[in-house]
Design a protein. Structure first.
Length: 434
């Protein structure tokens, strides 16, 4: 077949091997090429319509092609797509972040969530004069060399390559130490063992889909204060999603540095590091106050298109009470899924806060941390996702389900109809009986 006759997926595979952009890959039989999106739906070049529970890996909190977001992008595009100069949308987005996120006084933009955690770690090292960073097993902070140790929790999860990725120099990971999420004692032991050199504790306040145990985040706050380390909340997922002020507001614990991404770019390439003015000033070339500079740069930092999109999304989310709609949809599909599993005597649980979720099968104990999460049948979860995808529900098999304010009860019905059949397949090939 020549290039012109090949299917779009085959065309992609020739020049974008795997026909995928990152470490998640759709099974070949359900691989598709997106044509356009509207609200909760993605339409493919093969003219199928999928209900989207992936949402661009999370950013699209108000759904695809929301008129307010597309209008903002179009209006900005007509004025210029990029300046590499201070601009109005970037200032307004920074103001909105400062107004919304507790204790944050200043912001520096970058181009995605990985850059945000990368710069937050560098800044923490600069400000403390120390090098070691503590993270938690199974956490994801992006693709860079300092973020990957101990991700994913188990190498065969989704067939993903993380900590065992080729190409990461040993020197990059020497100063990353790993404790157990929701295990304050392990965090205390690890932090105290490194107290003289601990620059930062970085945590996903909701690790993947695991909510923090009562007192865990507060315990980390105290541990950071005790050891002189800075506490970094990776709010790339939780920022503006759990609440306007993110996980800090939801759980009443403040961080020293906040890494933002996903929602703040409204579906375009934006990340941000947010903190006190004193800390952010380490990133300002030649500014008074900070005794030492820390390097930060990026061609697309402060891109006005991205800032306009992020602003439009975040304003819409607030003004249209989007978070409430998202939580209501999550409640609707969760209840339906639990009922279905119950009626089929399948041991299924949902893990997550009220605005996104992961589906686990037959855990050997209540799922509260990585060990109990991994005691569940991950292969069954991946199969469930694959079967859902096969039935027109776009989820990356094994990954979490994201919901937008555009999801409707009709979507919930489609979700549950697909789940009804998907659960039967899962139960026929995996030992997930109650
Ligand atoms: C918690 C968390 N941190 C950081 C990142 C990296 O963000 P990005 O993919 O925008 O680089 C992700 C991406 O999924 C994430 O979930």
């Amino acid at each position: 077949m020549n290039g012109a006759d090949a299917s779009p997926v085959d065309r992609a595979d020739r020049v974008i091997p795997g026909a995928c952009f990152g470490y998640t890959r759709i099974p070949d039989e359900d691989a598709f090429v997106a044509s356009h999106g509207r609200g909760s739906r993605i339409f493919t070049t093969a003219e199928t319509e999928l209900v989207d529970y992936t949402l661009g890996s999370g950013p699209l909190l108000v759904g695809h092609a929301h008129p307010r977001v597309t209008r903002a992008i179009a209006e900005q595009a007509a004025k210029g797509t990029h300046f590499y100069a201070m601009n109005e949308p970037a200032i307004s987005l920074a103001e909105l972040i400062v107004e919304s996120v507790p204790r944050v006084e200043a912001v520096k933009f970058c181009a995605d969530g990985s850059q945000a955690t990368f710069f937050a770690m560098r800044l923490a090292r600069a400000a403390t004069g120390r090098e070691t960073v503590m993270k938690f097993a199974g956490a994801y902070h992006g693709h860079h060399d300092y973020a990957l140790p101990s991700f994913p929790g188990v190498p065969e999860d989704r067939g993903a390559v993380g900590a065992d990725s080729l190409g990461i120099p040993a020197g990059a990971t020497e100063k990353i130490v790993v404790a157990g999420f929701n295990d304050l004692v392990s965090a205390q032991d690890m932090a105290r063992a490194h107290r003289g050199d601990l620059a930062a504790i970085i945590v996903e306040p909701v690790q993947r889909s695991l909510p923090p145990a009562p007192g865990f985040l507060q315990g980390l706050r105290e541990l950071a204060d005790e050891t002189g380390a800075l506490l970094i909340f990776d709010e790339v997922v939780t920022g503006f999603r759990l609440s306007r002020g993110g996980a800090q507001e939801r759980y009443g614990v403040h961080a020293d540095l906040v890494a933002l991404g996903k929602a703040v770019g409204g579906g375009t390439a934006v990340g941000a590091v947010a903190a006190s003015r004193e800390l952010i000033e380490y990133l300002v070339p030649g500014s008074p106050g900070a005794s030492q500079r820390s390097f930060m740069s990026g061609t697309l930092n402060g891109n006005p298109l991205g800032a306009a999109a992020g602003l439009a999304l975040l304003r819409e989310l607030d003004e249209a009470r989007g978070r409430e709609a998202i939580a209501a949809h999550v409640a609707e599909v969760s209840a339906g899924l639990r009922d279905l599993a119950q009626s089929k005597s399948i041991a299924l649980d949902l893990v997550g806060p009220d605005v996104f979720f992961d589906v686990v099968f037959a855990p050997r104990e209540p799922v509260v941390d990585l060990a109990s999460y991994l005691s569940s049948d991950r292969a069954a979860s991946t199969r469930f996702g694959a079967e859902m995808l096969h039935r027109g529900i776009y989820v990356v098999p094994g990954a979490k389900f994201y919901v937008s304010s555009a999801h409707t009860s009709a979507d919930a019905e489609r979700f549950l109809a697909a789940a009804d059949a998907a659960l039967d397949v899962v139960a026929s090939v995996h030992d997930v009986a109650q």
